[in-house]
Write a protein that binds this ligand. Structure first.
Ligand code: IPM
Ligand code: MG
Length: 367
């Protein structure tokens, strides 16, 4: 049997640096756990635009459709701010999500014990936090038509459309219920059914799907109240399911509960392929952080944890994913901190590669 295939798209900014550390981890699993991957690498985002004049070349898109999993770093940067909307780096990422039909975006927000003091919220509010946001990723206002900037009378009008079909809501709701079944069997659905018809439909469909999962305790919340509750007492949640735009906002807010955006991975999953594996793309929640790019300051943990999610959701290696997560817990407990995890003055941060090496050492120690 051939090895499972991975397409690595480091992208822009800190993407390449953090991905270098992930490759150390992938190599470790190949050498020490006999889990070999066929790894190929390509361009996405601004770097792809620089080379090809498009943020995602068709050949790269085709490769992404063929591999068992895609691992992406980050896209974007100030250099590309003035580009036409259609070729902005972000369009590369959005095209991958859309054409691979990655409708379920899993964004865990987990607070590592060693970092509980680091959150902007009180320690007892976040210590032990472990929630999962499931964000719909291929529809809603991100993709709805009509969209654009048009002339109307003597001024311009910016238009985007929130649009959800029943089947789009149904499939992401099912993913969320399935996850809840494997966790603490609580699901909270968030929309704005008080002001948006798409929210009314969302609530109806989620409620209907819930009948197939009688063991899961389903609740509904308006998304604004949900944002408030996330800050007030986040541990009331287990799994949250929400649309594309609300999920974008709520997952950034949830991320900050854990102390640092540099810690959070994500998985974007689609329908199963012929081999039974879901179409999948894994990426850190953080962006390209151009202000610190190329300086060895970036925290590689979110990207490494994204690979752990790949082990779990694409390759059925939950135990090895846990091994990797525990290695990260250990380096944090041992006091390793990249700059983003250092509150006080005077402490010396470790570099991106030192953090990667420490994780590899902790993996060695786990054997
Ligand atoms: C995210 C990002 C993206 C989004 C951008 C980079 C297009 O913010 O993954 O949360 O808005 O979805
Ligand atoms: Mg975002």
């Amino acid at each position: 049997m051939s090895n499972p295939s991975l397409l690595i798209l480091p992208g822009d900014g800190i993407g390449p640096e953090v991905m270098t550390e992930v490759r150390k981890i992938i190599d470790w699993f190949g050498a020490k756990r006999d889990m070999k991957f066929d790894v190929s690498e390509d361009l996405v985002g601004g770097c792809a635009y620089d080379k090809h004049g498009t943020p995602l070349h068709d050949d790269t898109m085709a490769k992404a459709q063929e591999v068992d999993a895609v691992l992406l770093g980050a896209v974007g940067g100030p250099k590309y701010d003035s580009l036409d909307f259609s070729v902005k780096p972000e369009r590369g990422l959005l095209r991958l999500r859309k054409e691979m039909d990655l409708f379920a975006n899993l964004r865990p927000a987990q607070c590592f014990d060693a970092l509980a003091d680091f959150s902007s919220l009180k320690k007892d509010v976040v210590a032990g936090l472990d929630i999962m946001i499931v964000r719909e990723l291929t529809s809603g206002i991100y993709f709805g038509e009509p969209r654009g900037i048009i002339e109307e009378g003597n001024e311009r009008v910016g238009i985007n459309t929130q649009r959800y079909t029943e089947s789009e809501i149904d499939r992401v709701a099912r993913s969320a219920f399935e996850l809840a079944m494997r966790r603490n069997k609580k699901l909270c659905s968030m929309e704005k059914a008080n002001v948006m018809e798409s929210g009314v439909l969302w609530r109806e469909v989620v409620t209907e799907v819930g009948k197939d999962y009688p063991d899961v305790e389903l609740s509904h919340m308006y998304a604004d109240a949900g944002a408030m509750q996330l800050c007030r007492w986040p541990k009331q949640f287990d799994v949250i399911v929400t649309d594309n735009l609300f999920g974008d906002l709520l997952s950034d807010a949830a991320a900050m509960l854990t102390g640092s955006l540099g810690m959070l991975p994500s998985a974007s999953l689609g329908a199963p392929m012929a081999n039974g594996r879901p179409k999948a793309l894994y990426e850190p929640v953080h962006g390209s952080a151009p202000d610190i790019a190329g300086q060895g300051k970036a925290n590689p943990i979110a990207c490494v944890l994204s690979f752990a999610m790949a082990l779990r959701y694409s390759f059925d290696q939950g135990d090895e994913a846990t091994r990797l997560e525990q290695a990260i817990e250990k380096v944090l407990a041992d006091g390793y901190r990249t700059a983003d995890l250092l509150g006080e003055e005077g402490k010396q941060p470790v570099s991106t590669s030192e953090m990667g090496d420490a994780i590899v050492a902790a993996l060695d120690a786990s054997l």
